[in-house]
Design a protein around this ligand. Structure first.
Ligand SMILES: [Fe+2]
Length: 473
């Protein structure tokens, strides 16, 4: 069944086409390669690993680069075969208004953050049909009381599940930390891979445009984490605070902004989902070089956001615009896709260095969350941040996207929210905070980069979909 699904996916993606005499042979071999994954004989279309392909498939030793070298004989299918063999297949074509990328194959990268205690699991995540992609992170903490505590689960591919099981501890708790679809969608399939684990969820979950209970997503929770008073089984090691705002929309169906913050006492780590980010100078490891190079091409999107400058080497269709695989082009692609993701329409994609440098390397609320969400609930977001810094002496922040862990302090974290004080009369605080503001949220942006977000916000306000910035009451 998996092979059939995988074959269908490959056919849908156009990956099984081949041409030439060698390719005809490979087409037959490809079919066998698919079968090899479910236990049939493999004929060995990968010439470089032909001596013992099945054994190497199972042990996951076929590298993507090796597969690419075999393209002459096999076409793109060899890469897909390697992905399947490494357990990266995961079909997901859902998401509103854009399906989430990748649609079929996800690589998982595990990083040991604190030896024997905290691990990151990262996959690629983007918007289908665009060049916008980033990393999504699941954090796994080994509890002193035994078992694994999983924060914001990602797609449970075979590779991902294998990497978790290699830790040698049972998954005990799975935590849904937010209402956001990108993190909610994988909770149910993840929980099915670890049926003995308890699923705990944030309160106030909602979906749009169709309001569905969380059970409709296949999430059968053991408990809801409401706020300080909620007794969680891991309370002695990890505390929590809830941001559950009033609805961020003015129309029925658009519910509150919901995010859980956790404090892991042993490591002095604050865990959040989307509230803050830090942009790395270089792309996260899980982002494919093909995506980076696509983003570096001067196509239609770049021409629309070029700051009025002429576009060199412009081609209407990306495939007709060859680009060299160089470090410089990968970085250009990273800067462009990052700015598109954070601003939707930054001021200058042709030469994005100034805009990128303005936000890279510092803790901040992302421009999207800042403009479209937190300005609608400034007092509630400020209260949440105040409670976090009042009670927890954390030394680093762990987020679900981009850089992590991020060395910081409660004061610097709080300063990220200082821009909201302008919207709430009586909340303005002066003092040491002003020093950190200069490093974080209130200065340093390229103001023109916000034009698209502010235009979108004004459009939605005029439609009556969202309220104007400021407190709701
Ligand atoms: Fe997110």
């Amino acid at each position: 069944m998996l092979a059939a699904a995988a074959s269908n996916a490959a056919a849908n993606l156009g990956l099984s086409r081949a041409s030439g005499d060698a390719s005809r042979n490979c087409e037959a071999d490809n079919r066998l390669a698919w079968k090899s994954y479910v236990g049939f004989r493999h004929a060995g279309c990968l010439t470089r690993v032909a001596e013992s392909p099945q054994r190497r498939f199972r042990s996951g030793q076929i590298e993507r680069e090796q597969c690419l070298k075999s393209r002459r004989q096999c076409g793109k299918i060899v890469c897909t075969t390697a992905n399947v063999a490494r357990g990266r297949f995961y079909l997901n074509v859902t998401g509103f208004p854009f399906p989430l990328n990748p649609l079929a194959f996800r690589r998982t990268v595990r990083t040991e953050v604190d030896p024997g205690s905290i691990w990151f699991f990262e996959q690629e995540q983007g918007l289908a049909g665009t060049n916008v992609t980033t990393n999504v992170r699941m954090t796994v903490i080994k509890l002193k009381s035994g078992g694994l505590w999983v924060h914001a689960p990602i797609a449970p591919t075979e590779e991902c599940v294998r990497l978790i099981k290699e830790l040698g501890e049972p998954v005990k708790y799975i935590v849904l930390t937010t209402y956001a679809y990108e993190h909610k969608v994988f909770v149910s399939p993840f929980a099915r891979k670890f049926p003995k684990a308890q699923v705990w969820v944030a309160p106030g979950l909602w979906s749009y445009p169709i309001p569905l209970p969380v059970e409709a997503f296949g999430i059968f929770k053991a408990g809801t984490i409401k706020d300080d008073a909620t007794e969680t089984p891991w309370q002695d090691e990890i505390e929590h605070k809830v941001l559950e705002s009033s609805p961020v929309g003015s129309v029925p169906g658009i519910g509150p902004y919901v995010e859980l913050a956790f404090f892991h006492k042993a490591s002095k780590s604050l865990l959040v989902t989307d509230a803050v980010i830090r942009v790395p100078d270089t792309p996260p490891e899980v982002i494919r070089k093909e995506a980076l190079l696509d983003s570096a091409r001067n196509g239609v999107v770049v021409s629309l956001r070029s700051g009025g400058k002429p576009i060199p080497d412009f081609k209407l269709f990306p495939g007709s615009n060859r680009i060299d695989d160089t470090e410089e082009n990968r970085l250009l692609g990273w800067q462009r896709m990052l700015l598109l993701g954070l601003y939707f329409g930054p001021s200058d994609l042709l030469d994005p260095q100034e805009s990128f440098r303005a936000i890279a390397g510092r803790l901040l609320v992302s421009p999207v969350v800042r403009t479209l969400v937190f300005t609608k609930i400034p007092d509630e977001a400020l209260d949440w941040a105040d409670r976090i810094v009042k009670d927890w002496r954390f030394q680093r922040v762990i987020t679900c996207h981009l850089d992590s862990p991020i060395a910081t302090s409660p004061r610097e974290f709080r300063a990220c929210f200082a821009f909201l004080e302008e919207l709430v009369p009586g909340r303005r605080k002066k003092g040491l905070l002003d020093f950190f503001k200069a490093k974080t949220q209130n200065t340093g942006f390229v103001e023109e980069d916000f034009a698209t977000l502010k235009g979108l916000d004004a459009f939605l306000v005029n439609l009556g979909v969202v309220p104007k910035p400021g407190p709701r009451n």
